[in-house]
Design a protein around this ligand. Structure first.
Ligand code: NDP
Length: 336
């Protein structure tokens, strides 16, 4: 049973010393427990937060603790009602081959789910984040302009495609020509701008001739600064993430944008709302999302791209790639 534990808290980007691979015995389930074997491990930007002990919405992983993560696992042995050997489950087992579970916060996916890893992406937490954040906080109306960055990733790609379904003009932001081409051609966004382009700000302005009504904030940094002058009166800004800043150890380089951010919110009467997906919405919304997304996928109205990395041992490097934008699509590790 291999597992990655937190070796030390990273300063800046995680490196080779951040996580440590350990091998321990496969645990035995007791009464009221089951043994799970990880099939897919999800890699998500929030994991950078769990490596840090800065004040946040969730407790950090302890030094020596198994790194947090959602997995799709197979039940190997069960002494628990409602879970049988061979069932697939969605569980928070973390970065390890095997885990014991008492069934709390575990969703049974059944015997042979069609695309088991999708429960970690489009049909799970990132897809739900896009759905709830955009529709409940962004409140997009037909004809409005919606901008979202990390547009080829699971949250951004889904935000944009739902906004298209709702009749909006959708402009994505992504890193590089290949990702931008995918966002327009495969996902159907109206435009996609490369945030690494020298004239990014001018290109974004040209792609939003009627200004921006909804900015779904995934990244912060240069994208946010480029969006500010384009926001329309009464624009909405669901604040979902700031991945451009997750590895910062101090203030970002360049001028202090604080005054510009607040004065834009004031003058343009922008509605800014941060959210943490499983704390911010009523539980019934998840069911609504699940049904809507399953339908859109069946009808081909939403498309989904995954990047599958082979082997648990590859997870730390893949996680570094994710934070640096070297992923293309939802990143999952095929463990077993
Ligand atoms: P992605 O798979 O899209 O990965 C992150 C992407 O961010 C990278 O691929 C990269 O894409 C982009 N990125 C990284 N650095 C920068 C930068 N400096 N400027 C612009 N873009 C950058 O991630 P997810 O879809 O899983 O998550 C997207 C956001 O949503 C994250 O901020 C995450 O923390 C947040 N989130 C929040 C939740 C909540 O409850 N609030 C729940 C789930 C996710 P590119 O190469 O295109 O730049």
């Amino acid at each position: 049973n291999r597992r990655f534990v937190l070796n030390e808290r990273p300063k800046g980007a995680p490196d080779a010393n951040t996580l440590r691979l350990e091998t321990v015995d496969i645990p035995k389930p007791g009464a009221g427990e089951m043994l799970l074997r990880t099939v897919y491990l999800s890699l998500d930007p929030y994991m950078r937060g769990r490596m840090s002990d800065a004040k946040s919405y969730a407790t950090p992983v302890e030094i020596g603790g198994v790194m947090t993560g959602q997995v799709v696992a197979e039940v190997v042995e069960s002494q628990l009602d409602g879970f049988a050997k061979g069932d697939y489950v969605l569980s928070g087992s973390g970065w390890q081959d095997y885990a014991i579970s008492d069934g709390a916060q575990v969703l049974n996916l059944g015997r042979a789910p069609e695309n088991p890893s999708w429960s970690l992406g489009i049909l799970g937490m990132p897809g739900y984040t896009a759905y709830a954040g955009l529709l409940k906080l962004g409140e997009p109306k037909p004809g409005e302009t919606v901008v979202v960055a990390a547009a080829s990733g699971p949250v951004g790609a889904t935000v944009g495609q739902i906004a298209k379904i709702k009749g909006c003009r959708v402009v994505g932001v992504a890193g590089g020509a290949e990702k931008c081409a995918h966002v327009v051609e495969a996902l159907g966004f109206d435009a996609c701008i490369d945030h690494k382009a020298e004239d990014f700000e001018a290109q974004l302005a040209a792609a939003c001739p009627d200004g921006i009504d909804v900015y779904f904030e995934n990244v912060g940094g240069r994208v946010l600064y480029g969006v500010l002058p384009l926001l329309n009166p009464f624009a909405r800004m669901p604040v979902c993430g700031m991945v451009a800043w997750y590895n910062l150890t101090g203030a970002p380089e360049g001028p202090d944008h604080g005054p510009q951010i607040l004065s834009t919110i004031l003058r343009m009467k922008v509605k800014v709302q941060g959210f943490i997906i499983f704390d911010s919405f009523p539980i019934e919304l998840y069911q609504e999302f699940s049904e809507a997304m399953t339908g859109w996928l069946k009808e081909g109205k939403v498309r989904y791209k995954e990047q599958v990395v082979e082997g648990l041992e590859a997870a730390p490097e893949a996680f570094g790639d994710l934070l640096a934008g070297r992923n293309f699509g939802k990143m999952v590790v095929k463990v077993g």
